[in-house]
Design a protein around this ligand. Sequence first.
Ligand code: XMP
Length: 510
Amino acid sequence: MQQKVIVLDFGGQYNQLIARRVREANVYSEIFAYTASIERIKEYNPSGIILTGGPKSVYEENAPKIDKKLFELGIPILGICYGNHIMAKALGGIVESAELSEYGHRKVALNTDCLLFKGLDSENICWMSHTDQLGRVPERFKIAAHTETCPIAAMYNEDKKLYSVQFHPEVMHTQNGQKMLENFLYEVCGCSKSWTMENVAYQKIEEIKQQVGDKKVLLGLSGGVDSSVAAVLLSKAIGKNLTCIFVDHGLLRKDEGDEVEAMFAEGFDLNFVRVNAQDRFLSRLVGIIDPEEKRKIIGEEFIRVFEEEARKVGHVDFLAQGTIYPDVVESGEGHADVIKSHHNVGGLPDVVDFDDIIEPLRELFKDEVRAVGLEIGLDESLVWRQPFPGPGLAIRIIGDITKEKLDTLREADYIFRNEISEAGLDRDIWQYFAALTNIRTVGVMGDARTYDYVLALRAVTSVDAMTADWSRIPYDVLAKISNTIINEVAGINRVVYDITSKPPGTIEWE
Ligand code: XMP
């Protein structure tokens, strides 16, 4: 049976990071809200529990609480930051408010007799971010680390397998942080390295076989990483009982539609349906300049086209979706203002005649989806494909959309992407693309006056698209991109580089 660790979430900013770090140590982990009942936790039967940090002080009135019984289950527990405070408080220790908040890198002295720090030097660097800290450990606990200003930076009770740290082992600024987590997982919890992508791919395929049997599955394939990996897993499990519908709305990048078709129609055992709906989308977009209206029209038309195709397929047993784990975690919390509507083309469940939903990637983080993709034979170029918005180039052409503008943008974007790859920057930059502005400026080419469009280049570094910074592309690379585009793409006579971070900007221009 799969060993599992629960990351009990107290609202800290690193909750997903902790879960990912555990999985990087090849142990499966899932995030539970701190409100999860003791019964549910017992039933899940975890090999260990990690209590995350959180924004509150344990003494605040509406601070997250925890049932003391959690510490009596005999399950190994590691508390981090707020998790450290809440463990200490529940077991009779004292949590104090430090006079000054401590933030950043700190030298920490570790007691290497504590299993958490086994094999490490006693001098280490850790990452602190807190105001509260422990004033006294609970009975039968020992101090396991201290810094100059934090006399109890870690504590433990070996018999009860309870450990806690004031600092953040999950962030890369903590030296040997991963090793500390691994010590907790392997030495304290007794976990083995069972969560490997090879196992996961094999396991998923088996699970799909079990769940679907010889029934029929329909999948909307966009050519993005998630739906592509889902398609291949399903194909390996059920072959031709999978039908993939790929709607080409004509708003894709250069050659993209043909590439997706070539890969899936020929490369894998499945039914591949490409719907060439370019004209339909374009005619509905004539004269539309408002970004939200563009999105709405594309979303609606997408659903309509999909519906027509799905009707031809008829009743299916399962509709497959490429939901990944961060979607599951984030939808559980329901925050975030809507800045731009429909980030994913939703609504498919309403128009497909199906009995059930199947989500083969539901438990996987994005980097795991990629690793599984490589494991099951998807091309590196596809697995590392950058995010591409559902409404495609429509939201990268400011103002009205025409076939000519689309073709112009496609050529310029293609040159930009090629130059970035040639400069070896494609893995460093999170997302990069060209946007066609609606501005025309005067230029001179040869001896003639030109009056053509301004093209904007956008390239950002990011982790999750929630925040982003503009990428510092070297000047000589930018110079080459600009020259090539202006020389080779008719209709563009000026190139500008977008140096806006997010916030206050967004990544896309519309
Ligand atoms: P923004 O522009 O909001 O983009 O900073 C954040 C990330 O989301 C992508 N994006 C979209 N993806 N449908 C999508 O599927 C959309 O309507 C959409 N708008 C933005 C964007 O490319 C970036 O990766």
